[in-house]
Design a protein around this ligand. Structure first.
Ligand code: ZN
Ligand code: MN
Length: 494
């Protein structure tokens, strides 16, 4: 509930999201999907809608659709079919779009994500496959053009129940969904290329004097950024309240409307009145057979489904002791997240591996303009380096030097640490000699360590530092500490 014009207002928001699937070819023909190719160079009789050309279903599109739907906890239809959605627009050569009307590929899902210390649970009404239209081009001098390269591109349209309650929640849903489909490889999910397009349906429940007034639903068309999605919803909520105060029109007395988003003025603007479903004259496409989705195939896809990003982020936080923000960033790149898991499986110390991935490996990857996985170091080597640190055989500074050497010549870290003289000395006789030398040279500190409670701690630290200095930084600090304690205890007893 929010306050608008002194009234209690409850926003009701549903989302329709068109996700471009990462198939090699189009939904119903063999034309390749290529962004930025010369206009009308990726077309054929099918996607041009030429007479007599027959569509053929792209199996990969169905597979990607099922994968996304499973991740959204949807039920998968055993029988689904194709329908024509008729309307006229210059970039739609057939004058109809092939879509799915009454038997969608998937339905009844649930998507959960964390927001503001709680879990949002958004029900998914349905997810269906369809083809995209082409593009009208308006940047030519004196005329408009039509580019049909995009016509026939496979889309998964995901429709939520009206379970979202704020612009923030809708934006977070969109962000998490983008992350999910990218992670699954279902879509390249490149916002710049329009791979995700959002259409929020927004209205509000206004509470006044014990009565509830519901405003007509407004659908904002074709939003292609998280910012415009958030902006359009945040703008619509007070606008609808003001309009109701001025006109008294409610959902009972007014129709659903379409509005567009003006990105420069950051306002929604009226568009043509929304068609009703019957205006589209949906009917089964006679050129395509209904599609039977084999239960065994769905089971196999379910089996192959990877751990999803939100679960993996949670696990990374606890398993590798990573700060939430870093865990989130690591999981964004699936290959790198896999590499971290493989290094742990190879026996690497998890906490040190986590630290290495966040600091040194991330830095080297950055410097080389790649990801950590792109550095091409094997999980075994990563584990070996982590364990050299975990067991105290090299220190953190030495680890960075060894890592750099690993990138240069791909030798094993233990070999490199030895060659570079970075292995910490665990030779107790040598360390004992350094301890004797340090204690002899610093009588005052020894005195403090033994008999001055206020300074004992600092004095012991100082002596440790002196021994490390004598060893050139190579003495194992744990052994140094033990030997200093032993030497001091001997003197105390003497
Ligand atoms: Zn084609
Ligand atoms: Mn659609």
């Amino acid at each position: 509930m929010v306050q608008v014009c002194g009234l209690d207002v409850e926003p009701i928001i549903g989302l329709e999201i068109h996700v471009q699937l990462a198939t090699r070819t189009k939904m119903f023909c063999g034309c390749p999907l290529e962004f930025g190719a010369r206009p009308n160079s990726r077309v054929c009789p099918v996607c041009l809608g030429l007479p007599g050309a027959l569509p053929v279903i792209n199996r990969q599109a169905v597979e990607l659709g099922v994968q996304a739907a499973l991740a959204l906890n949807c039920s998968i239809a055993e029988l689904t079919k194709w329908d024509r959605k008729s309307y006229y627009y210059p970039d739609l050569p057939k004058n109809y779009q092939i879509s799915q009307y009454d038997l969608p590929l998937a339905f009844d899902g649930l998507f959960e994500f964390p927001i503001d210390d709680r879990i949002a649970r958004i029900r998914i009404l349905r997810a269906h496959l369809e083809e995209d239209a082409g593009k009208n081009v308006h940047d030519l001098p004196g005329c408009s053009g039509i580019d049909l390269n995009r016509a026939g591109t496979p889309l998964l349209e995901i429709v939520t129940q009206p379970d979202l309650r704020s612009a923030d929640e809708a934006r977070e849903f969109a962000v998490q969904l983008q992350r999910l489909v990218h992670y699954l490889g279902v879509s390249h999910a490149d916002m710049q290329k329009g791979h995700l397009r959002f259409e929020p349906n927004i209205n509000v429940r206004i509470h006044r004097d014990g009565q509830v007034f519901v405003t007509p639903i407004v659908e904002v068309k074709n939003l292609n950024s998280f910012r415009s999605l958030h902006g359009a919803i945040a703008y619509e909520i007070p606008r609808q309240v003001e309009e109701w105060l001025a006109t008294g029109v409610t959902a009972a007395t007014g129709n659903k409307r379409n509005r567009g988003w003006d990105d420069t003025r950051e306002v929604t603007v009226p568009q043509r009145e929304k068609e009703e479903a019957h205006d589209y004259r949906y009917f089964p496409d006679p050129d395509l057979v209904p599609l039977t989705v084999q239960a065994a195939w769905v089971a196999e896809l379910r089996e192959r489904q990877p751990e999803l990003p939100l679960c993996r982020t949670e696990r990374f936080i606890s398993e590798y002791s990573l700060p939430p923000r870093d865990a989130h960033a690591l999981v964004e790149d699936r290959a790198t997240a896999d590499l971290l898991d493989h290094a742990a499986e190879a026996g690497g110390d998890k906490v040190v591996l986590g630290k290495h991935f966040l600091s040194l490996w991330a830095r080297f990857a950055n410097e080389r303009g790649t990801t950590i996985a792109g550095l091409r170091i094997s999980p075994g080597r990563l584990a070996e380096l982590a364990n050299l640190v975990a067991t105290g055989r090299i220190n953190a500074t030495a680890a960075a030097q060894v890592a750099e050497a690993m990138l240069a010549n791909h030798d094993a870290p233990t070999v490199l640490a030895e060659e570079l003289g970075l292995m910490q000395s665990r030779d107790t006789d040598r360390i004992a000699a350094w301890v004797t030398e340090a204690l002899a040279a610093n009588a005052a500190a020894v005195q403090d360590a033994l008999a001055n409670p206020k300074k004992a701690r600092a004095a012991r630290g100082f002596l440790t530092g002196q021994v490390m200095k004598l060893s050139g930084g190579r003495a194992d600090p744990k052994i140094v500490g033990e030997l200093i304690d032993r030497a001091l205890a001997e003197r105390a007893g003497a």
